[in-house]
Each structure stands twice: as structure tokens, then as C-alpha cells.
Design a protein around this ligand. Structure first.
Ligand code: HEM
Length: 639
């Protein structure tokens, strides 16, 4: 929390608008101020003791700082105040906030007591059997400078090879225990869940999630259970997803038609990411709103088109969420403002709320003239009238952003591998042709009979896990993991990438090879078996698996059924990834497509009304290898 009044003082000082000799600081004029030896020019270098002599440049800055500095302030503090950014803020606060030294003494006393407590803790911890610490850390910064690669999941995996599957990493003042094995991940996410069920949230994520008002980022508790039950029961669970099957098929048809249109009957190179995105975003809008808004008038933002809405609801928040606030590594300094950073994140959050607010207003207007449908927004507005305005807005927004990202990433990487592995592509095409024939398009009903397709998706989720490290969980009581003591107040980072690439579990983990998953009946992606863990596990396991496993396989199968894919020469080496909140392919996939047939095959399902009649038995599509009645009870999709 920022101390009251601090922000205004800092904002004035930061624009340099506070003239020397201001009444606010007890001086009638600049001259009066100078007579106290505080005027910039009266501060002579020789006045400084030798130990405090500063460089010319530094001194110049010290003397030119605006008058937020108190008259009794010692010279070294004035000089310190010339430091950039946060250091200036700290000094200004301590000194500018107190008309005498009481504040300073209090601050020192607090610091002293704090250091006593820390020393006592260090002694107490010496008796604990703590996990090994990553060597090479620096005072204050800890291991932060060793993570400059900006792909912490990869660095963590390298460290696991030297230190074992569990170790301690310090980032600033934050202690983290990093988990890199399936066995230990299960201990954390299942056995010890009650002790690690909350999150310490970085500033950007806290603002953008409306202070954790969404299922994926909330702390485990009543609100989480209520929101999760609501979204699983009405949108993401197996039954709700059945009802939306026709929307998914429409999206698939649109995508394939669009590809034929772009190619105009010939072979050519297409931006596959765009092809998927153009179908996926409208799909996510339809399952939430029942329609795709082509234009929307938003007060303060004007007239927006479909792709402006996509930018504001999906792309901007995903990008903004990764911006780092240095204060997150030093919680004791969290009261110091970081106004520009906060403004940037707030702007993105506010714009998003404005757009969602306008969409909800539009939905309310429509409901005055028609009966409610089974789309999610109608259900929320008519059956969940107790939601707070923020809960309502974020309940509408959450499935939109979640549908548009991870599913796209997985489909894109799978198609990249298929395009660069012609033998695998041919095997997949043969499997699809044998099951589906040549007269109709593949459907979700075919999926249980396409084991090689399933193996390709599981291997892609292992190799290119869209979420590389689970959002941190906070340890609120001392726990034991893997035989080590892990103290409370640490964060736990479950490195999904490290688990999926564990060389003790997978031979040659750095090779993408779907055959390793083929026929392995126990691989259930985190329900009981944690060897491949793209969706997390335990009570916080992903709620969108059914949807992901309805969309990803069909996108891949339909594309391979209609087109032969191969990579243009420069694309072959383009496997670089990048980490935002999720890990994307850095360059959108551009693939050369050769149509196998002249136009899209007809879908086998004829009418919308028959949609629910020819459904496959209630089952979790992620677990087709297990029959519906033998699926584990813990499968979140059956609960
Ligand atoms: C390949 C696709 C996907 C992957 C790899 C994935 C991965 C994940 C992961 C790793 C978590 C965090 C689990 C934790 O914190 O322990 C998660 C949570 C969640 N995901 Fe997904 N996800 C995918 C698709 C989706 C889709 C399509 C939706 C919805 C439209 C969705 C909705 C959610 C929700 C609501 C949660 C929060 C669950 C909770 O906290 O209880 N996900 N997902």
C-alpha cells in the first residue's frame, strides 16, 4: 500500500515542478532557502566529507533536484535523492513526509527490528533440511541475474540436471522452491494442496484479473468454487460442450472454406496462425454471446470492429500481463509507486472492461426482445443475478481469452511438426482416410478411432507445453516435499516444461516423437499420471480440457484431410518460441499447402437439431483411451 499523500508528492517532484523555496516547505522565497545552505549553487563540493565526495555529474543532479528535500536533511540524503527512480521515491518519502527526524528514527527502528526477525529466521532455518540453493546468487538480487535468458522454464530445467528435481531459487526478496518432476508435482498439487492453495500475484496480473476475480487466477475458496462450478456446468463441462458442437463445426467449416478461398484452387503458402485465429475467435464469441459482434459502439473508445475487439480483449492483456514490476521482487517496498507501469496496465484493464461492459449492455438489450438462449452470457444474465458487476464482466471475458490462446498454440505447433515430418503426415492421413473414408469430413465422433492423432496431440503438449510454468502458488504453512523442509512464505513454481522433458522419464526428450505416446493407456495428462502435465493437476486442473480436445484434434485432422502440407525452406528452422503468459511460436507458421481435393468435404451431420442425438457417449475427450465408465472419478470433467 502506498502511504497517503505520497503519490501526489512524487508526481510533483517527478515533473520537476516544485520550485526551490516553496511555501509548502516553509520557505517564503528561493533566497530564504539559500540562506539555509540549500540553494543549489550554495552547496559547495568542499562541504562534503571526503568519504561522501561524489562525481561532478552526480552532484549536479543532487543540486538540481526539486525542493521535496527537507531543510534538516543531511547532505548524503540529498545526494542520494539524485538517484533515479525508486531510490528517489524512497528518500523523498522518508524525508519529505516528516517535519523532524522522528520519522527517520522510526524507519530505522523498524528496519532494525525487521533485521532481528530475519536473523532469527535464518537461525531457525539452519536447523531445517532445506532444498539445495542455486549457487551464484547475489545479495539483494538473489539469482535474478542468472535468469537473463528470459525463458526461465529452460534455465530451471538445466538447473534441475545439476541440483535434482527440487531446489531453491531466490528472486529479489522472494524465495521460490522449483519443482521439476512428476512425482514431486503430485505431492504439491494433490497431497499438499491445502497448504499451497493461494497465489502471490504480480502487479500486472493482479490488475488485469480484477484482483483475482477469475477462475484461473483466484485463490482456492468459496468464490473460486462458485465461479468454477458455474463455468464448468454451463460452458466448459462435457454436457455443455456437447450443446456447442454445432458452433465448433461451423468454425471448422469456415476455416477450411477460407483456406480453399485463399489458395484459389492452386497450391500456395498460407499463414496458418491467421487461418486458425479467424475461426477460433468468432467461435469463442459465439459460445459466450451467441453471435459474433461485427461492430460495437463503446463509450470512450468509439466504433470498434471485430478485430479491434480481439485486440482489446485478447492480444493487449496477454502482452501486458508479462510486463515486470520490480516491486514484486521486493514486497517490503511495494508501497513505492511505479506510476507509469501501473497506468499502462490500468489502461489495458479499463479498455477491456469498457468493451465487455458494452457487450453485456447489448446482451441485456437483446434479452428485452427475445427469449434467452443457452449461450453463456444469457445464462449468466438470467440465472446468476447475484454476481457482482466485476464477477459478471470477468465471467464473460475469461472463456473468451482462454479459448483464443492455448488451443491456437497447440494446433499451430502440431501442424508445424506435421508439415516438417512427411512420413508422420502420411501416417496420419492414412489413419483418417481409413476411418472416415473420402466422402465426408472428419467429425468429433471419429476421434476415439484415431489413436495416432491423439498421440500427436499428446506429444505436442509434452514438447510445446503452452503453459511452461504454473502460475506461482504461495506456501502458507511449513511443508515437506521430496523429503525437504519448505518454509511458509515461499512460492512454489511447478516447472511443467521441466517435468515434460524429464530425461529420467522420457528417452531423448528433445526429440518430438508421437510414437512414445501411442498405445500408452495410462497417459491421462495429469488426472492420475503426471508424466505429461500441460493442464496442471489436482483441484486446480484446467477446466477447458474438453473444449481443447474437441477443437485441436478436429482442426488438425480436417486440415490434413484436405491439404498436403510442407514447409517453405526458410520456415524449417523457425522453431523459436517466446514466452508471454503462455509460450508461443515466435513466428506465425507459414506452410505450403497443396489441396488434396477441389473443395471442402461435406460434414456428416445434417441439421442443427440433430446435434444432440448422434453424440458419442459422455466421455472426457482427453481420455479416449479409457472407456467412459472407467474414467477416473477425479477427472474434473466428469464431476
Ligand atoms: C491446450 C489448451 C490448454 C492448456 C494447455 C491449458 C492449460 C492450463 C493450465 C496449465 C492451467 C493452470 C492449472 C493450475 O493453475 O494449476 C489452466 C487452468 C484453467 N484453464 Fe486451461 N488450458 C487450455 C485450454 C483451456 C481452454 C480452451 C479453456 C476455456 C475456454 C481453459 C480454461 C481454464 C480455466 C477456467 C482454468 C482454471 C482452473 C482452476 O483454477 O480451477 N483452458 N489451464
Amino acid at each position: 500500500m502506498m502511504p497517503p499523500g505520497l503519490s501526489s508528492r512524487l508526481s510533483i517532484s517527478s515533473v520537476g515542478a516544485f520550485p526551490l523555496g516553496c511555501k509548502r516547505h516553509g520557505f517564503e522565497s528561493e533566497r530564504a532557502a539559500r540562506s539555509f545552505g540549500l540553494g543549489g549553487r550554495s552547496l559547495h563540493r568542499s562541504l562534503l566529507p571526503a568519504s561522501q565526495r561524489l562525481s561532478e555529474q552526480f552532484l549536479k543532479r543532487a543540486m538540481s533536484i526539486p525542493m521535496v528535500v527537507h531543510p534538516v536533511q543531511p547532505l548524503h540524503l540529498r545526494a542520494l535523492a539524485a538517484l533515479p527512480g525508486p531510490a528517489t521515491d524512497v528518500v523523498n518519502y522518508i524525508v519529505g513526509n516528516n517535519e523532524n527526524v522522528v520519522g527517520l528514527i522510526t524507519a530505522l527502528a523498524v528496519a532494525f527490528i525487521f533485521s532481528l526477525i530475519m536473523t532469527a529466521r535464518v537461525f531457525a532455518r539452519k536447523k531445517m533440511n532445506l532444498p539445495p540453493t542455486v549457487p551464484g546468487g547475489l545479495p539483494l538480487l538473489g539469482n535474478m541475474l542468472q535468469l537473463t535468458e528470459r525463458k526461465p522454464h529452460k534455465t530451471f530445467t538445466k538447473w534441475a540436471q545439476q541440483l535434482g528435481p527440487i531446489y531453491h531459487v531466490k528472486m529479489g526478496a522472494i524465495n521460490n522452491v522449483v519443482i521439476n518432476s512428476a512425482e514431486l508435482a503430485k505431492e504439491i498439487m494433490v497431497t499438499q494442496f491445502d497448504s499451497v492453495s493461494t497465489r502471490r500475484m504480480p502487479t500486472a496480473l493482479r490488475i488485469l484479473t480484477g484482483n483475482k476475480t477469475m477462475v484461473a487466477m483466484s485463490d482456492y475458496g468459496e468464490e473460486h468454487r462458485m465461479l468454477k462450478k458455474m463455468v464448468v456446468g454451463n460452458l466448459l463441462g462435457v454436457s455443455a460442450q456437447r450443446a456447442n458442437r454445432v458452433i465448433r463445426e461451423d468454425a471448422l467449416n469456415t476455416m477450411i472454406d477460407g483456406m480453399f478461398e485463399d489458395l484459389r484452387g492452386k497450391e500456395g503458402v498460407l499463414d496458418i496462425r491467421k487461418c486458425i485465429q479467424y475461426a477460433l475467435f468468432p467461435f469463442s464469441m459465439r459460445q459466450v454471446l451467441g453471435y459474433v459482434p461485427e461492430e460495437l459502439n463503446v463509450e470512450g473508445l468509439g466504433e470498434l470492429g471485430r478485430w479491434d475487439i480481439f485486440q482489446i480483449l485478447v492480444l493487449d492483456p496477454l502482452k501486458q500481463v508479462t510486463e515486470v514490476d520490480w516491486r514484486n521482487f521486493f514486497p517490503a517496498l511495494s508501497w513505492i509507486p511505479n506510476s507509469q507501469f501501473q497506468k499502462r496496465v490500468n489502461d489495458v484493464h479499463e479498455r477491456k472492461l469498457l468493451v465487455i461492459g458494452a457487450l453485456i449492455d447489448e446482451q441485456r438489450k437483446q434479452l428485452q426482445t427475445r427469449e434467452p438462449t443457452r449461450c453463456y452470457a444469457d445464462i449468466l444474465l438470467t440465472e446468476y443475478t447475484n454476481l457482482t458487476p466485476l464477477q459478471l464482466k470477468h465471467s464473460v471475458w475469461e472463456p473468451i481469452i482462454e479459448s483464443a490462446d492455448t488451443t491456437l498454440i497447440t494446433t499451430e505447433w502440431a501442424l508445424y511438426e506435421i508439415a516438417r515430418n512427411p512420413i508422420i503426415q502420411e501416417r496420419l492421413f492414412t489413419e483418417i482416410s481409413n476411418v472416415v473414408g473420402t466422402n465426408r469430413m472428419v467429425t468429433e465422433d471419429d476421434y476415439p478411432d484415431l489413436p495416432f492423432l491423439e498421440a500427436i496431440i499428446k506429444e505436442t503438449l509434452r514438447y510445446y507445453s503452452p503453459v511452461t510454468i504454473l502460475p506461482p502458488r504461495y506456501i502458507h504453512e511449513d511443508i515437506k516435499v521430496g523429503g525437504f523442509d519448505v518454509p511458509k512464505d515461499w512460492d512454489v513454481l511447478v516447472n511443467l516444461y521441466g517435468i515434460n522433458w524429464d530425461p529420467k522419464v522420457w528417452s531423448n526428450p528433445e526429440v518430438w516423437n508421437p510414437d512414445r505416446c501411442l498405445g500408452d493407456k495410462t497417459l491421462d495428462l495429469g488426472v492420475k499420471d503426471f508424466r505429461i502435465l500441460p493442464f496442471g493437476g489436482g483441484k486446480r486442473m484446467c477446466a477447458g480440457i474438453t473444449q481443447a480436445f474437441s477443437i485441436i484434434p478436429m482442426n488438425i485432422a480436417a486440415i490434413v484431410q484436405h491439404f498436403e502440407l510442407y514447409l517453405p525452406p526458410d520456415e524449417n528452422v523457425n522453431a523459436e518460441d517466446t514466452v508471454y503468459l503462455t509460450s508461443h511460436k515466435l513466428h506465425p507458421l507459414k506452410a505450403h499447402l497443396k489441396p488434396r481435393i477441389a473443395q471442402r468435404l461435406p460434414s456428416s451431420r445434417k441439421t442443427i437439431s440433430s446435434a444432440s442425438e448422434d453424440m458419442s457417449p459422455l466421455s472426457c475427450p482427453a481420455h479416449t483411451s479409457l472407456k467412459a465408465d472407467t474414467q477416473p472419478e477425479t477427472c474434473p470433467l466428469n464431476s
